[in-house]
Design a protein around this ligand. Structure first.
Ligand code: SF4
Length: 269
């Protein structure tokens, strides 16, 4: 999305969308791609919505800018989108300002903006974490339906493993800025392979012996950041000598399931 603020820079890697490397695009081209092909939902809708414009105008601006519609057509499309995200009393809400909406309603406005141009790829950056559980479930179902109906793909960034199980087809677990496990959701929950994944899942267990099995005693965990070898080794109950010196690569564990570990759980000993 080109959102790394200065002095941050993207040092390496590529971001490919339909054979287009987004990391090489200049601002003008990237602006045309954003919103139309690619959109993003954020966790704090009120900080993203302008307090000076009505929500209807903010949604309609996206269609006006990217779809070449007239103002009237863009407004009509914005109204239809507010209905699609199940905002009640849309005509009144169209003319409301963000501070007049509840958190759940403001989040729906963000979803409406993100979906306005039927983008092919949507990033949800922890977009539902601030909502209470009931509203979160409603918003997730809504996102699911809208994404499915529009044939889009979504990258869902979350710290909520329950939401992941409910919502995602494929998931990646990250530790220390790296993907340590990537798998289809069913495969992951049936047979997690990275010790960090197993530790996370065991934290939900009511069985204290299981939790203790995968979690190191805090007194044994070094505060030192592992710069060599495996970044997880100071917290890993399976760490051995090789983990001290060799950074593990992402390797195939089973079909469509890769893990970054020298000694994956349920793998070779
Ligand atoms: S490579 Fe070693 S330290 Fe890292 S997760 Fe695997 S077993 Fe643990």
């Amino acid at each position: 999305m080109g959102m790394v603020p200065a002095p941050g820079i993207v040092e390496s890697g590529r971001i490919i969308l339909d054979e287009l490397d987004l990391s090489t695009l200049d601002d003008k081209v990237l602006r045309a791609v954003r919103g139309k092909e690619l959109s993003m939902m954020v966790p704090n809708p009120r900080s993203e919505l302008s307090p000076l414009l009505t929500v209807g105008k903010q949604i309609s601006n996206v269609a006006y800018q990217h779809l070449g519609l007239t103002r009237k057509e863009a407004d009509a499309k914005a109204l239809a989108m507010l209905k699609a995200v199940q905002i009640p009393d849309v005509e009144r809400r169209f003319n409301a300002y963000p501070h007049e909406l509840s958190g759940g309603m403001a989040q729906r406005v963000i979803i409406a903006i993100a979906l306005m141009c039927s983008p092919r790829f949507i990033i949800s950056d922890d977009a539902t974490s601030g909502l209470d559980v009931t509203v979160q479930a409603q918003v997730l179902d809504l996102m699911n339906t809208l994404v499915r109906d529009r044939g889009a793909s979504m990258l869902f960034v979350t710290r909520d493993i329950g939401v992941t199980a409910h919502f995602c087809n494929r998931l990646a677990v990250m530790y220390g800025g790296e993907i340590v496990e990537i798998a289809d959701t069913n495969s992951f929950f049936a047979r997690p392979a990275h010790p960090y994944s197993v530790m996370l899942l065991s934290a939900f267990s009511h069985n204290p012996t299981l939790r203790a099995k995968w979690t190191k005693n805090p007194e044994e965990v070094s505060a030192q950041v592992a710069v060599e070898g495996c970044p997880f080794r100071h917290r890993c109950v399976r760490a051995r000598e090789k983990c001290e010196v060799e950074h593990p690569g992402l390797t195939k564990f089973r079909e469509r399931h890769e893990v970054r570990c020298h000694y994956p759980v349920g793998g070779r000993a």
